[in-house]
Design a protein around this ligand. Structure first.
Ligand code: AQP
Length: 333
């Protein structure tokens, strides 16, 4: 690789991407290919920290891979692969687990949220998720990690783990920096705007899936929870409207003042319709490209095979060095 900075990011195939995943993360990944060396993966290992139906997981993983391409990731310009195809992530995870404290993992908001959501399956993988996430990033010595604001805490932990490893074994890992866009870093649920929009939300009206058709998108926005006022304005206490304004701003490029002026004297109904239509229109090219790609399984396989080969080439060198640092006898093969 040349001297461009290296970007790493990943997304779980726990369902079709939401508008939150798209605005907060994935749609920003394509343009980064211009300036950086980029490595992106479909994080199927992370997905099984919550129960998944095997056939559905396989299907969702391929769909997520095709969706990343439909959202602008080019497998010729980026390394685009499926996480479980690079065993180096798990190899490094063990070293990092042994450099991660129980207390640190217990403080993770995602662990607390997900263990509350799935009280019958608070498994060790869910607990050590941030260590595997650190391994994903450190296996490539990535400089920057584009994520939504909800992942910032995990990234800070990844830096602490890397720092601890470096202190014990000598400088080795780069400390990765988060790369978070200003607007749209956290898109909230349409049904409970105090909660983030999530793929795995059981309420179908809470999230916009990027493959939803236009009618569905418009209908979901019409049902979005707002407040009892009627003024389209961005202010404290108006969580629902603030969320819709942030979404509208992200897809149209208009700032809040322009949006307030556009909807002055109009009701929430007009505003919700405008947001729905703008979102649906902006997602149309993604839907069309996805429909084309998902039917070309041979092409997808060729892309993810080459992606895994490239990912393994970089990460196996770094992970072997980390194994050596820790004091393991070098692998004979
Ligand atoms: N609501 C959101 N707003 C902005 N960014 C978001 N991201 C997720 N939700 C929002 C960003 O999307 C990227 C990929 O996320 P992920 O699939 O790895 O895991 P997640 O954060 O747990 O996403 P979900 O949709 O909530 O999945 P489930 O329901 O399976 O847990 C990350 O960069 C994340 O910041």
């Amino acid at each position: 690789m040349d001297d461009k900075k290296l970007i790493f990011s990943a997304i779980q195939p726990t369902g079709t991407f939401t508008l939150g995943n798209y605005i907060g993360a994935v749609r920003n990944w394509g343009p980064l290919q211009e300036q950086y060396n980029c490595i992106y993966c479909v994080a199927d290992l992370h997905a099984i920290t919550v129960k998944q139906e095997p056939a559905k997981l396989r299907q969702n993983t391929l769909a997520a891979y095709a969706l990343l391409m439909a959202c602008g990731l080019d497998p010729e310009r980026s390394i685009l692969f499926i996480q479980s195809h690079a065993h180096t992530h798990n190899d490094l995870n063990w070293l990092l687990c042994c450099n991660t404290q129980f207390g640190e993992l217990s403080r993770m908001t995602q662990f607390k949220d997900k263990s509350q959501k799935h009280p019958d399956d608070v498994n060790a993988g869910l607990f050590t998720y941030p260590s595997l996430m650190a391994a994903d990033i450190l296996a490539y010595n990535a400089d920057l990690v584009p994520v939504g604001v909800d992942q910032k805490q995990h990234l800070e932990l990844a830096r602490n783990i890397a720092q601890r490893f470096n202190q014990r074994y000598g400088d080795f890992f780069k400390l990765p920096e988060p790369y978070i866009t200003e607007v749209g870093a956290k898109i909230m649920s349409l049904q409970d705007p105090t909660k983030k929009m999530s793929k795995s939300d059981e309420n179908v009206n809470a999230c916009i899936l990027i493959l939803d058709d236009k009618d569905t998108i418009v209908r979901k926005f019409k049902r979005a929870v707002t407040d009892s006022e009627a003024e389209v304005a961005f202010r404290e206490g108006k969580d629902g409207i603030n969320n819709l304004m942030s979404i509208y701003s992200c897809v149209t490029g208009k700032d809040y003042a322009a949006i307030e002026a556009e909807f002055a004297g109009k009701g929430y109904g007009d505003f919700k319709l405008a947001v729905g239509e703008a979102v649906a229109d902006s997602l149309e090219p993604v839907r069309t490209e996805f429909a084309r790609l998902i039917n070309d399984k041979a092409y997808l396989k060729d892309c993810y095979t080459k992606g895994a080969e490239k990912a393994m080439k970089i990460s196996s060198r770094i992970v072997s060095k980390a194994y050596h640092k820790v004091g393991f006898v070098d692998r004979p093969f």
